[in-house]
Design a protein around this ligand. Structure first.
Ligand code: ATP
Ligand code: MG
Length: 471
């Protein structure tokens, strides 16, 4: 193991530990990630004694190369260098009360400290004292679990999860992130303790949810969330997508599993968290817009619009950011049918200009989402859709080069309309502006000032307006 502790900082900590005659270990995520060959910058160090004192001594040795922060209330301290963040804590024993995930903390041994860890793979410790430098302390068979890709709690999972229910989310997140399996007993304990998630803050839940969404194959995490019953509690709108209803022998697809397929598809193409969220939410309006029509079968008319409308409430309730990120997701959900409809009809310049205008700089993201949305099992259909999208993409490029619609600014501004006709700010100004915009998007006039000015005069005349100097 020594070769993984080559960084000079481990040598320094080792010397300090021996000088002050205290046991000292690297523990948790950093050790796990050594074995997983995932380099990380966050190092957790446990001292059987005072973590804060150890951090102070290290910061002294490093002088100007380090920044020390002390969190007295938590009994922890952090030393930050240009490439590492080292967290020091005294070994502790924790005991929990029923209504809080904040434990009562006492000084303890290394063993106590390993007992309070969430999973066996997160409880591995490497000794830093000189005599035992690099020795692995693995009381729960964490190394074996790493090899077998197993997530398992070190103690009785019912106690581990009930003590701190966030661990249920963490367990599913690790399974999704690492492609590991939740050991049966551990998984069943999550299902049994799911209601305990109620004491966890929305922000903490979102941190884990986002990590699941950012994992290589996010469906893994969502299927586990669903099967354990957690999803129903933290995100009921997704569960509402589940199931297939049949009438007169006609069924529709299961929109939950379809959504997860789309999410996985998008995730192969992008690390954009909010595009992945858009994939997760793209069909969220379907349960509310589902109808059965004798002629058409199952329809989900306007589910794009209904879905877009639901997002504000979902973001508010879940305490997701209600800023431009939410606006972006709303836009993606609202527009996600447009390229498909477009590709099913004849692709006209006018329709493409409107799509470019509405999507703006997010047009590539939208196209990516729409392509990921093709989950049909009929290869003929898939081929046709993909081919149509190619036509749409070509046309988008052609029109953008020609007309520059993407960051469209109307060539005649509202102020100019007001000045020319001596108008106050009013709805008629808006109407003229909109007519000019429509004329450009429909290709009636080019996207240029002269043409737009001329068109403004024409529209105004039709509305009975004349410039003052001609009156
Ligand atoms: P990541 O950094 O990818 O989020 P991690 O396992 O390193 O994963 P941290 O939050 O950095 O997670 O925590 C470091 C270590 O602290 C963990 O490996 C684990 O041993 C312990 N730990 C963190 N959160 C908990 C918890 N809720 N319950 C028990 N132990 C925890
Ligand atoms: Mg970490």
């Amino acid at each position: 193991m020594k070769e993984h502790l080559e960084h000079k900082v481990f040598q320094l900590i080792s010397e300090i530990a021996d000088d002050s005659e205290q046991e000292c270990y690297v523990i948790g995520g950093y050790v796990r990630d050594i074995f997983l060959k995932r380099p990380s910058k966050d190092i957790d160090v446990v001292v059987v004694g005072s973590g804060i004192e150890m951090a102070e001594k290290l910061a002294n040795k490093l002088e100007k190369k380090a920044v020390l922060s002390i969190f007295k209330n938590f009994g922890t301290a952090q030393v930050k260098t240009k490439d590492l963040e080292i967290e020091f804590v005294g070994a502790r024993r924790e005991s929990y009360q029923r209504d809080s995930r904040k434990p009562i903390v006492e000084d303890g041994t290394l063993e106590d400290d390993q007992n309070r860890r969430d999973f066996t793979i997160n409880a591995l410790a490497l000794c830093l004292n000189k005599e035992r430098f690099g020795e692995l302390i693995d009381p729960f068979g964490g190394l074996n679990d790493l090899k077998n890709k197993v997530i398992r709690t070190p103690l009785n999972p019912d106690i581990t999860f009930s003590d701190d229910p966030l661990r249920m989310m963490r367990g599913i997140r690790f399974a999704s992130q690492l492609g590991f399996f939740l050991e049966t007993n551990t998984f069943e304990a999550i299902a049994r303790n799911k209601e305990r998630i109620g004491i966890i803050s929305k922000e903490r839940i979102n941190d884990e949810l986002n990590k699941i969404i950012m994992s290589p194959k996010p469906s893994t995490g969502f299927i586990l969330l669903d099967k354990s019953g957690l999803l129903e509690l933290i995100f009921p709108e997704l569960v509402a997508l589940k199931g297939i209803e049949t009438k007169e022998g006609i069924g529709h697809k299961d929109n939950f599993y379809h959504t997860l397929l789309v999410l996985d598809n998008v995730s192969r193409q992008t690390d954009n968290l909010w595009l992945r969220w858009s994939a997760l939410l793209h069909d969220i309006g379907k349960p509310r817009s589902k109808r059965y029509d004798k002629k058409l079968g199952w329809t989900f008319h306007n589910h794009d619009f209904v879905g877009m409308k639901m997002i504000h409430e979902i973001f508010r309730k879940m305490k997701l950011p209600m800023n431009e990120k939410m606006k972006y997701v709303q836009k993606m959900v609202l527009l996600h049918m447009r390229p498909i409809i477009l590709s099913e009809e004849e692709v006209t310049d006018s329709a493409v200009r409107r799509l470019l205008f509405d999507a703006g700089n997010d047009i590539e993201d939208l196209m990516m989402l729409c392509e990921a949305d093709i989950t049909s099992k009929n290869p003929e259909k898939v081929k046709r859709y993909k081919n149509n999208f190619k036509i749409v993409r070509n046309k988008l490029q052609e029109i953008e080069e020609k007309d520059r619609i993407r960051n469209f600014q109307p060539p005649v501004k509202g102020e100019e309309i007001m000045q020319t006709f001596n108008l106050p700010a009013s709805s008629i100004v808006g109407e003229i502006k909109m007519k000019i915009k429509d004329a450009i998007l429909d290709g009636v006039i080019p996207n240029e000032y002269e043409a737009a000015r001329e068109y403004m005069m024409k529209v105004a005349a039709e509305l009975g307006l004349t410039p003052p100097e001609q009156r």
